[in-house]
Design a protein around this ligand. Structure first.
Ligand SMILES: CC(C)(COP(=O)(O)OP(=O)(O)OC[C@H]1O[C@@H](n2cnc3c(N)ncnc32)[C@H](O)[C@@H]1OP(=O)(O)O)[C@@H](O)C(=O)NCCC(=O)NCCS
Length: 333
């Protein structure tokens, strides 16, 4: 078995049906898809080129002759968390339990050491083979997240409208602003502050430090999302008296291959503004607007740390239901 770096050219990235290493790696990724939303070709190609914001990426294919049988993708934060590498590791289902995953992990560890990083983080569904693999290879469980799904077709929209009315009465003194796609230039500073609000979300035992966001990093992330074919819907709350940003929420849909799915992106309310139901107001406003704009979308999926009862309570009030559970695994190297 050979490990080969996947460094696609722009031409290869435009050719999902070609015979490039990237196409081989994507075929493995599709074969490993779980029941949630699948990654489109464009999104996958962009994630091989770079992470989701301020990261570098490198990808490797495990080849048996001409055939790609597995691979790994490392995402390497640049602006903070420079001790970390986030790993996606996959073996084609037809080639499992034959040491491919172990060889890929050894290779990834070697690369991470060469890059001067000391912690590897990977995630896997709790009921899939990744859990047994991670345990066998000495990873520690660091955090657990539940995925929840809201079915937009069966949601109780009149009940939600009543809920919105009641919640809005607690959230007086705030106005909402919204936009689809990239953030307007004059709001990039607000978005950087709001994104840093995500630093308060529970991380369990993950060895992660606070992220630092600047207007430039917000824009770089949005440019990556644009290249990946991801369309965003953003609502922010502004404190009327001070003019300060207070919270935001974002929904993301894959323009190329939505297949009925949208993903909930980040939601945060900054500390001085918590306890006023702004989280619920923001999410409801965005869901209602999103549904009117994206009529083909049937379901929204969200990630929720099991240690975040406030967000879980909001999601349950909105009608989200548990879909599955994932563990984040960590390895000191
Ligand atoms: C997890 C995954 C990468 C393992 O790939 P693989 O090529 O089968 O891994 P290996 O053959 O090197 O397995 C190494 C060891 O992991 C453990 N293991 C792997 N899969 C297992 C399973 N389904 N059940 C029990 N143990 C398992 C075993 O201890 C195995 O050694 P053994 O076969 O000698 O008993 C593969 O199942 C996969 O791609 N899953 C989907 C993606 C995923 O979950 N990735 C996250 C990894 S943290």
């Amino acid at each position: 078995m050979q490990m080969t770096r996947v460094a696609p050219t722009a031409q290869e990235e435009d050719d999902p049906d070609g015979h490039s290493l990237l196409a081989g790696l994507y075929a493995v990724s599709r074969a490993c898809d779980d029941a949630g939303p699948a990654m489109s070709w464009r999104h996958f190609a962009a994630s091989v080129r770079s992470g989701s914001g301020g990261e570098r990426a490198e990808a490797w294919a495990a080849r048996d002759g001409d055939r790609v049988v597995g691979g790994h993708i490392l995402h390497l934060p640049q602006d903070d968390n420079t001790h970390l590498a986030m790993l996606r590791l996959m073996t084609h289902p037809s080639r499992r339990r034959a040491g491919v995953g172990g060889a890929l992990l050894d290779h990834a560890i070697g690369r991470v050491r060469d890059l001067g990083r000391s912690v590897l983080i990977a995630e896997a569904p709790s009921d899939g083979p990744g859990t047994a693999f991670a345990k066998a290879r000495g990873f520690s469980p660091a955090s657990t997240e539940t995925r929840l799904v809201l079915d937009l077709r069966t949601a109780d929209w009149s009940g939600l409208e009543l809920l919105r009315g009641r919640a809005t009465r607690h959230a007086t003194g705030y106005s909402l602003e919204r936009w689809a796609g990239p953030t307007p230039d004059d709001l990039l500073g607000d978005m950087a502050r709001l994104t840093e609000g995500m630093n308060d979300h529970p991380l369990g035992d993950l060895a992660m430090e606070d992220e630092r966001w600047t207007p430039e990093r917000v824009r770089a992330r949005e440019e990556m999302l644009g290249r990946a074919g991801q369309r965003t819907y953003t609502v922010i709350a502004r404190h009327t008296a001070s003019g300060e940003p207070a919270g935001f929420t974002q929904l993301v849909v894959d323009a190329e291959r939505p297949e009925g799915w949208a993903r909930q992106g980040a939601t945060t309310v900054l500390a001085p503004h918590r306890g006023r139901r702004l989280g619920l107001v923001l999410k409801l406003a965005n869901l209602t607007w999103f549904r009117a704009c994206e009529s083909s979308i049937e379901r929204v999926i969200t990630w929720n740390s099991v240690e975040n009862p406030h967000m879980l309570a909001i999601n349950e009030a909105l009608g989200f239901e548990v879909f599955d559970t994932w563990h984040q695994w960590q390895l000191d190297i």
